[in-house]
Design a protein around this ligand. Structure first.
Ligand code: TYM
Length: 343
């Protein structure tokens, strides 16, 4: 049986990239999983803390994210849905994994390198080094590995930007298995489960991914956007001035992004979709993408509006989820403690 695990940071309402790159895949896995497969989805508050967060906003975002996960169709009866910060086993395992992970491997992480470069630019000083960045940011991928390994997860549905972290998680699992050898390895090596839309691009700068951190609000579509907001953001999406539509992510990333989004909404192959637009204009494509996205988000948005005020219900779901998660990871942690000699 498979053990599926994935996580999302509670840093605001998810955007179309989170939805098409990951969340929709979680729901599909829930629909197609065999009865004996386990499904575990976590809201990773500790990861969010690696960047400064306003405590009130974080607390709200954390609750809203749970409402979103239920709104898109995750079923707390079938899947374990919980807050990472309510299962201390993640932090415990992260510490043990920190102690077998060389700094050199973490320095190679693209996310770390990006932070480092941003900090240098902000300080306008090429001499500024990592000394201003917090340690949490550096060991972030180790905590992520712990999230996955605490359940001996085998399958991890994520977008493309998380691939390097997943490779590191496999590497750490393998190191642990080899360092603390006995009859059988403690951890399976977790595999990435990729969606067809692994990378949704920014609507304003299609050379980069759609992200929560971009200051341009028009660059991303949120799960809670109104039909009018969706319409205006897609109308304003950057494309090119070439006649006709072709799927060419390298030279025509804007159009390719719209085709990817449309294909994801209609669950078709993107090249098939592209063929239909070969002799049509960008305006035509944008209208159809708008219609498809409006349709895609209608139900989740409505469900979210219903759920977000149900604080007592959400608290109860969170509590049940946390209990299930803790019970599930206790055996794994017990085995890990034994292997390293902490008994
Ligand atoms: P986070 O919260 O940034 O994103 C959640 C999921 O959304 C995907 N994603 C995208 N997919 C396609 N196109 C985009 N533009 C796009 N932007 C985001 C991400 O790949 C991710 O799957 N470190 C993780 C959270 C995490 C985690 C874990 C994931 C913590 N522990 C263990 C899996 C397993 C993160 O920051 O995701």
């Amino acid at each position: 049986p498979r053990v599926v695990f994935s996580g999302i940071q509670p840093t605001g309402i998810p955007h179309l990239g989170n939805f098409l790159g990951a969340l929709l895949n979680w729901v599909r896995l829930q629909q197609t999983a065999a009865p004996e497969d386990e499904l575990i989805f976590s809201i990773v508050g500790w990861h969010a803390l690696t960047l400064p967060q306003d405590p009130v906003a974080l607390s709200n975002a954390r609750r809203d994210m749970l409402a979103v996960l239920l709104a898109i169709g995750l079923d707390p009866q079938r899947s374990t849905i919980f807050h990472q910060d309510e299962n201390p086993h993640h932090a415990e395992l992260a510490w043990l994994l920190n102690c077998i992970t060389p700094m050199g491997k973490l320095r190679r992480m693209t996310t770390w390198k990006t932070r480092l470069a941003a900090s240098r630019n902000a300080n306008d000083d090429s001499e500024v080094d990592e000394s201003l960045l917090n340690v949490g940011l550096f060991t972030y991928p180790v905590l992520q590995a712990a999230d996955i390994l605490a359940y001996r997860a085998t399958h991890v549905p994520v977008g493309e930007d998380q691939k390097q972290h997943l490779e590191l998680a496999r590497d750490i699992a393998d190191t642990f298995n080899r360092t603390f050898k006995s009859d059988s390895p403690v951890f399976p090596l977790p595999e990435v489960v990729a969606t067809p839309t692994r990378r949704v691009r920014s609507l304003k700068d299609p050379s980069s991914k759609m992200s929560k951190s971009s200051p341009d609000f028009q660059s991303r579509i949120l799960l809670t956007d109104t039909d009018d907001q969706i319409k205006s953001k897609i109308r304003g999406a950057v494309t090119d001035s070439i006649q006709g539509i072709t799927y060419d992510p390298v030279d025509r990333p804007g159009a390719a992004n719209l085709l990817d989004i449309l294909a994801a909404c209609t669950n078709e192959d993107v090249l098939e979709v592209a063929k239909r637009y070969a002799d049509k204009g960008h305006g035509h494509l944008k209208n159809d993408v708008t219609e498809a996205v409006v349709e895609l988000l209608k139900e989740p948005r409505g469900e979210f509006e219903k759920l977000k005020g149900e604080t007592a219900y959400l608290a109860e779901i969170a509590q049940v989820g946390a209990t299930k998660a803790r019970e599930r990871s206790e055996d794994v942690l017990q085995e890990v403690r034994k292997r390293v000699g902490l008994v």
